[in-house]
Design a protein around this ligand. Structure first.
Ligand code: SER
Length: 581
């Protein structure tokens, strides 16, 4: 059975059961700033769980059925295995006060076993733990009533409680259906509304939200081993495989041709990423350095090292368009190709500049750190493998924490890019260029020097760091005297000349607070934080700050620190602009 038939059977099945068919919404959620993309079928229906009467007004029905395009990027690093995808379609039926557990479970059972002829391995129901939300005995009894021999497992909150998407919204316990050991259908009983404060308040009208991934279901229906063998992927991955086999094995990105599993993984990643890019661009997302645009840029750039060598992207996009021809999803092939090729041009020139920089900066016999490697990725888009390959003619050693550091910098960067505003990295860094990074370390030394000269009560209130200069806002009541400014400069330059190491440590938030690390007032920090420490040669702390980096490793390379300006920003807040010469 082709995937198109699975879609239409699903819609018709629920239409017959009294549901209205509603088209997929865009991947860019309307009126919900708490999420970047549409990640579930229920996304477009979120408001109806609290105002069910509007469903009748809008759709003429309390019960809805959809096939929804979704993008999830939380598991982006898992892509390449048998099941994880960034783009997928979700088959879902929804009810806003129309029916409840019995019907939802009976419909799902009938669709899976009668309509598709699959057999259910087992199902799971919610078991109460410490949450105060009771175990779902009702669902257990309904399943047992349908099939007394069915295996019913109990899963805890992590597996069998869903939602909300974003900071607040409808959520509730779930029951899940497993076929051949794989979870294929998630049935959510939306009984609660989680408030921003984290309270679970009972909803006035109970709602149903179900989600079944089309790709995983197609694996079962089409009796395949993984999603890439189904008709939703096979034509794309075959093409990519064939094209990549023509790239000479010596190319810097291509893996060991004998290592089939690595090659296969790369083929899968490219297939997934090109498909997701197609749909994101068609829904109006453009590559940029923040939010949705950043995710799109990452997805596209990951494929570009090789599309430069064997331009397979155009044909891949054509295959993708063909696979989805019968759906009503918007695919604007020409724009997709144009956007990709423009980004490819950018990538190419960055790459050339970056490779030149690497040749200039990395010396034979040196030690290469993960953060350094990552900086080439964040500045020039050079992937880790390509970075290492490009220095493989040199004798060098990888720092012992290379992989962890790279990973940390990567995650941190991702997080910052997501939350950043107007193209600025959070923490005030405009980019991760070498000069900006130097200014960043000088910024830490400046805060330490200000505290030495003006007193410990000086706190950082804001920062903005570019290649041209650093800027710090700090709490202080009056204009600084010329003498004070001179003293601050001297202290910073003295630290610079001492060649002090800049050390990053990860620690629990509480510990970082205990050692008195500087934090920015009002900023939110995760449970495990990164702290940058600069100590004098005797081991006395000069600077300790909560900070995601990046920084130089040694103050010795900073150059001469100079204050350009000291001025008022608002009552009790001053601003310093300074440079490294
Ligand atoms: N919202 C649930 C999910 O995404 C069911 O649709 O799994």
């Amino acid at each position: 059975m082709q995937s198109e038939e699975i879609r239409s059977r699903f819609l018709k099945f629920f239409e017959k059961k009294g549901h209205a068919i509603v088209p997929s919404s865009s991947l860019v959620p309307q009126n919900d700033p708490s999420v970047l993309f549409t990640t579930a079928g229920m996304q477009q229906f979120k408001p109806y769980y609290t105002a069910p009467e509007n469903a009748i007004k809008d759709f003429g029905n309390k019960n809805i059925v959809t096939v929804q395009k979704c993008v999830r990027t939380g598991d982006i690093d898992e892509v390449g295995d048998e099941t994880h995808l960034t783009f997928f379609e979700m088959l879902g039926n929804f009810s806003f006060g129309g029916y409840w557990k019995k019907e939802a479970i009976e419909y799902a059972h009938e669709f899976i076993t009668k309509e598709l002829g699959l057999s259910i391995d087992y199902v799971s129901v919610f078991k109460d733990e410490v949450s105060g939300i009771p175990a779902d005995e009702e669902s257990r009894a309904i399943w047992a009533g349908i099939d007394p021999n069915l295996v019913i497992k109990e899963h805890n909150r992590q597996d069998n409680f869903w939602g909300p998407t974003g900071d607040e919204g409808p959520c509730g316990p779930t029951t899940e259906i497993y076929v051949n050991g794989v979870e294929i259908w998630n049935i959510v009983f939306n009984e609660y509304y989680k408030t921003r404060e984290g309270k679970y308040e009972p909803l006035a009208v109970k709602g149903i939200d179900t989600g079944m991934g089309l790709e995983r279901l197609a694996v079962q229906v089409q009796k395949k081993n993984d999603v890439y063998e189904t008709d939703l992927f096979e034509p794309i991955i075959s093409l990519i495989k064939q094209k990549r086999e023509q790239i000479p094995a010596v190319s810097i990105l291509k893996g060991d041709p004998k290592n089939d599993s690595r090659e296969e993984r790369i083929n899968r990643i490219f297939t997934d990423h090109l498909k997701t890019s197609t749909f994101l661009i068609s829904d109006g997302v453009l590559p940029s350095n923040k939010d949705k645009g950043y995710i799109l840029r990452r997805l596209m750039r990951r494929t570009m090292g090789e599309t430069l060598l064997a331009p397979f992207h155009k044909e891949a996009f054509q295959k993708i368009e063909k696979i989805y021809k019968k759906t009503n999803y918007k695919i604007n092939l020409q724009i997709v190709i144009e956007v990709y090729e423009k980004e490819l041009e950018n990538f190419k020139s960055n790459l050339e500049r970056g490779l030149k920089e690497i040749n200039k900066n990395i010396n034979a016999g040196g030690i290469v750190t993960g953060q350094e490697a990552f900086n080439y990725f964040s500045t020039y888009g050079i992937p880790k493998e390509m970075f290492l390959d490009s220095i493989s003619h040199l004798i060098y050693s990888k720092d012992e924490n290379f992989e962890q550091d790279y990973e940390f910098s990567y995650k941190r960067h991702q997080e910052l890019s997501r939350t950043s505003s107007a193209g600025m990295f959070k923490g005030g860094l405009a980019n991760h260029n070498e000069k900006t990074i130097k200014h960043h370390t000088a910024h830490h030394l400046l805060l330490a020097a200000l505290q030495e000269v003006l007193g410990k009560s000086v706190k950082q209130k804001g920062s903005n760091i570019t290649e041209e200069r650093l800027r710090m806002d700090f709490s202080f009541e009056r204009k600084m005297t010329d003498e004070e400014k001179k003293k601050v400069e001297e202290i910073v330059n003295n630290y610079i000349s001492q060649n002090l190491s800049v050390i990053r440590k990860e620690m629990p938030l509480a510990e970082a607070e205990k050692i008195g690390a500087e934090m920015e007032f009002g900023a939110k920090y995760p449970d495990i934080v990164s702290v940058y420490l600069i100590e004098d040669k005797q081991g006395n702390p000069i600077s300790k700050e909560f900070c995601g980096g990046p920084h130089v490793e040694n103050t010795g390379i900073l150059g001469k620190f100079k204050i350009l300006k000291e001025e008022a920003v608002s009552a009790g807040v001053r601003r310093i602009k300074a440079v490294l010469e």
